[in-house]
Ligand binder design. Structure first.
Ligand SMILES: [Zn+2]
Length: 67
């Protein structure tokens, strides 16, 4: 993939797509609801880095949108 010309929204889209096509959990990673709230996330080592990157990029997008 040539990432040189990707915009930030495109990058987020690509990461989401990649996470949804995870070969291990097939994008079925879900948030489990516990008595402590919804912070207990089922981790998949294959796609967890994608979701972590998405968190930061989506935060960046939101910051830029608010300017
Ligand atoms: Zn996965």
């Amino acid at each position: 993939m040539n990432i040189d010309n990707l915009t930030l929204p495109q990058l987020v889209g690509e990461l989401k797509q990649a996470a949804g096509q995870c070969p291990k959990c097939e994008g079925t990673r879900e948030t489990t609801f516990t008595s402590r709230g919804r912070d207990n996330v089922v981790n998949c080592l294959e796609c967890e880095p994608l979701y972590q990157a998405l968190q930061h990029l989506e935060a960046a997008l939101k910051l830029l949108q608010d300017i």
